[in-house]
Ligand binder design. Structure first.
Ligand code: CTP
Length: 385
């Protein structure tokens, strides 16, 4: 997820360092946008080192890049932590007198604000009113925690701990509380100890979907067929063959909300796998391997209430017609079709797909696999809500 972290000028600004570290360790991309006053509490050098991104908070520097628009569009979520009473008030009033204020007005991303201030200020009528306005506009406001404040005093107003802020960021997406199973990669059917029948699938689209589902708050299980991918954000089950994939899908879909079957599955396997390496000297000039059909994993999954999202890799014919046929034959509610003629799509970061649904809808999407994944997740959110 791309997180734009706004920091405003309160003593809790030093805690933003921990938030950045936590988010980057979880694999999120973080850009930091402090106000001028925030930089009195925490140095730009610290923020740059932890986020691995340049901190440029000036409204009048680098103006040709139209930073407030660029940052607002870049972010999947804008998190402001800590947010002072003054920032909350400026946001409620729509005042854009610095770069962060401009981004707040320009962005269409989800916005989360974590206020931190003294108890008296938090309960002041003006603040109470301003927080209400923010919430009414769809901005998520995390309640401050109770505990030691800046001076000798203590009470409500502390910035909640990093774990609470990060959990709020990850949990309240559209798939919060949902279990999503994603298969990715390509299966391998062994011929002998050194050879297999495989395919060109890189798994990039499936991984992007798993990440987007986790970003939306889902509990994700990625079933990875022959992929070199690791993450601490969700469970990854490694499989090689169709038989292993079938078992993993069967075991994980019970009680799940959605299955996204993006793995490229071998339709056939070798009838008898050789225990020893096949030798040319024994096989002669021509040889053949007997193949037997594999089960169709997607078609056989029949879990009540499970949203089934299929994929189709096609090389000839009308993509949307083929997609509709496969959607129906596999009993899916959504199906994503790729034109993979001439090796297109495999391994690339960009893609172009047709998404069809069981209500007759059809959407064409072109862009990065990550952007396509986000739109697909949005469609899943709509279907599950
Ligand atoms: N699929 C599956 N089990 C199989 C074959 C495919 O679950 N044995 C799934 C794929 O993961 C994908 C969808 O079915 O979501 C369509 O896969 P695709 O390879 O495009 O189609 P096939 O069903 O194999 O049909 P064909 O190869 O004849 O186009």
């Amino acid at each position: 997820m791309r997180v734009l972290l706004g920091i405003t000028g309160g003593i809790a600004a030093y805690k933003s360092a921990e938030i950045i570290r936590n988010l980057t360790e979880l694999g999120h991309e973080v850009r930091v946008l402090p106000t001028e006053n925030a930089l009195r509490f925490i140095g730009a050098t610290t923020l740059e080192a932890l986020s691995h991104n340049v901190v440029d908070a000036g409204l009048y520097t680098d103006v040709e890049s139209v930073k407030h628009i660029e940052l607002g569009q870049w972010a999947d979520v804008v998190l402001v932590a800590p947010a002072t009473a003054s920032f909350v008030a400026r946001t409620a009033a729509g005042i854009a007198d610095d770069l962060l204020g401009n981004v707040m007005l320009a962005t269409k991303a989800r916005i989360i604000v974590a206020p931190a201030m003294h108890t008296e200020m938090w309960f002041n009528e003006a603040t109470v009113e301003n927080v209400k306005i923010l919430r009414e506009r769809g901005i998520e406001v995390i309640e401050p925690a109770s505990g030691r404040l800046t001076g000798e005093d203590s009470g409500i107003g502390r910035l909640p701990d990093t774990e609470t802020i990060v959990a709020a960021l990850l949990a309240s997406g559209g798939l919060s509380g949902k279990r999503v199973i994603v298969t990715a990669g390509g299966t391998r059917e062994p011929i002998d100890p050194v050879r297999f029948i495989g395919n060109y699938s890189s798994g990039k689209q499936g991984i992007a979907i798993a990440v987007a589902a986790a970003d939306a708050g889902a509990k994700v299980t990625l079933i990875a067929a022959n992929l070199d991918f690791a993450t601490t954000r969700f469970d990854v089950i490694r499989v090689e063959t169709v038989a292993e994939l079938q078992v993993a899908v069967r075991n994980s879909t019970t009680g799940a909300d959605a299955l996204v079957m993006s793995a490229a599955v071998s339709d056939y396997r070798v009838r008898t796998e050789s225990a020893t390496k096949l030798k040319k000297s024994n096989l002669g000039e021509t040889t053949s391997i007997e193949l037997v059909a594999n089960p169709d994993i997607l078609s056989e999954v029949d879990v009540p209430g499970l949203l089934k999202v299929g994929f189709a890799a096609e090389t000839n014919g009308d993509l949307s017609d083929l997609a509709k046929l496969k959607l129906e034959s596999k009993g899916c509610q959504l199906l994503v079709a790729n034109d993979v003629s001439n090796g297109a799509v495999f391994g690339a970061n960009e893609t172009s797909v047709v998404v069809v649904d069981d209500a007759g809808g059809e959407t064409r999407l072109t862009g990065s696999k990550s952007d396509v994944a986000k739109v697909l997740i949005q469609k899943i959110v709509e279907r599950l809500s």
